[in-house]
Design a protein around this ligand. Structure first.
Ligand code: PMP
Length: 430
């Protein structure tokens, strides 16, 4: 790859001196696809502009939150109005009740909810609560599922951990890792065996509502099986909807398969682009939290007025037509991706879960992390750069979902589609 001096490359070099790897979250560094990440200066709708004046169609959507597109007028106005009244109270205000009520009204298993500042905090807090509630110590997670950078959940995680092919993370103690059982996704026998051996000690099963961090995988009826198994053994089921929440449908993935978790985690869309997460669920479990119960959990900026304003202004616009629009745009893209990659003989598999989808650069089927890892990441990298060169900003990793927003109208989709043949050719040459 030739190196061209651009404003972005100058900024990236400068960033490396003061920020590890130049980035505040690993996948942003383009480590697995190579090259320099564009430094973004502005977004509107489905479009982004970088510091060199390049315009891109955005297929990342800040990894999920921007379901209405960038700088949505109503969201921006709500944040501006909230900001004028104070950036933070660290004290109760009405907006946080409205946000809690909006989620509870939409997602039946959520009877009470608490706001935090990221998806990581949401899953971390849900695990502590599950342990505090059950008095048990072990957690089951699935290989390739990502739940944020919580110590105990980094083993065989998806997202950046998958992108960089890491087994987990340095800095996690053996004792912490020891309390996490990692099982292959979708493997009912492995789950039964784990419960047969450790049933009395398992506080919770945590799963992505639909795995989206090793690429997208449809859970089929796996969540239903997890629900039954957890019930048989007195364990809790934590369904992580950080990515799928209010995206897979108006009710999140719960609206797709209807499996009721004991605890649900949220992030991304619920904050409309502000740093927000949340966890909620059965009232009898949630009421074990401080100040009512013995499980401590807190946050200076939790329920922040700007964050709740952005979340509310986003959720209030998320009604059926938005999901129809996203589905139509996604269907068109999936069709054209398949056709372009097939025309060039590039092995690929398109997976779908709710409105979410991704392409694996391997022959299918892809139902677990082993199959996802079999893909040709070099072919993906060639595809990615050819798309970027033509002004389409895809997720810079073969293990991520593609994010479509309400702003991805026909004209925007046409721009993506017209870039596909050259990108498929580039992938075929690897
Ligand atoms: N859970 C899931 C399913 C996610 O996709 C993510 C982030 N990609 C997280 C948790 C962590 O969220 P955050 O990055 O906000 O900490």
């Amino acid at each position: 790859m030739s190196f061209e001096m651009t404003t972005s490359s100058t900024l990236f070099e400068r960033a490396k001196a003061s920020i590890p790897g130049g980035v505040n979250s690993p996948v942003r560094a383009f480590g697995s696809v190579g090259g320099t990440p564009p430094y973004l200066v502005r977004g509107k709708g489905a479009l982004l502009w970088d510091a060199d004046g390049n315009e891109y169609v955005d297929m990342v959507g800040s990894w999920g939150p921007m379901i209405l597109g960038h700088a949505d007028d109503q969201v921006v106005q709500a944040v501006q109005e909230a900001a004028a009244k104070s950036l933070s109270f660290g004290a109760p205000h009405e907006g946080e009740i409205e946000l809690a009520e909006t989620v509870i009204e939409r997602i039946a298993p959520v009877e009470q909810i608490r706001m935090v500042n990221s998806g990581t905090e949401a899953t971390m807090s849900a695990l502590r609560l599950a342990r505090g509630f059950t008095g048990r110590d072990m957690i089951i997670k699935f290989a390739g599922c990502y739940h944020g950078h919580v110590d105990s959940l980094l083993a065989e995680a998806g997202s950046g951990v998958a992108t960089f092919a890491l087994p987990g993370s340095a800095g996690v103690t053996d004792a912490t890792a020891h309390d996490t059982l990692v099982l292959p996704y979708g493997d009912q026998e492995a789950l039964e065996a784990a419960f047969a051996e450790h049933g009395e000690r398992i506080a919770a099963i945590i799963t992505e509502a639909a795995p989206c961090n090793m690429g997208v995988i449809s859970p089929g009826n796996f969540n239903e099986f997890l629900r039954r198994t957890a019930d048989q053994h007195g364990s809790l089921l934590i369904i992580d909807e950080v990515l799928t929440g209010f995206r897979a449908s108006r009710e999140g993935f719960y609206g797709v398969d209807g499996v009721a978790a004991d605890l649900v985690t949220f992030g991304k869309v619920i904050g409309g682009g502000m740093p927000v997460g949340a966890f909620g669920g059965r009232a009898d479990i949630m009421q074990r939290l401080s100040p009512l119960g013995p499980v401590y959990q807190a946050g200076t900026l939790s329920g922040n007025p700007l964050a709740t304003a952005a979340g509310l202004a986003t959720l209030r616009q998320l009604e059926e037509p938005v999901y129809e629009q996203i589905t139509t745009a996604g269907d068109a893209l999936k069709r054209e991706l398949t056709s372009a990659l097939s025309a060039e003989g590039v092995p690929h598999t398109v997976n779908t879960a709710g409105t979410l989808f991704s392409v694996f650069f391997t022959d299918g089927p892809v139902g677990d992390y082993e199959a996802a890892k079999a893909q040709n990441t070099e072919a993906f990298a060639a595809f990615f750069h050819a798309m970027l060169d033509q002004g389409v900003y895809m997720p810079p990793s073969a293990f991520e979902a593609y994010f479509v927003s309400r702003a991805h109208d026909d004209a925007i989709i046409d721009r993506v589609v017209s870039a596909l043949p050259a990108a498929a050719r580039a992938a075929a040459q690897v």
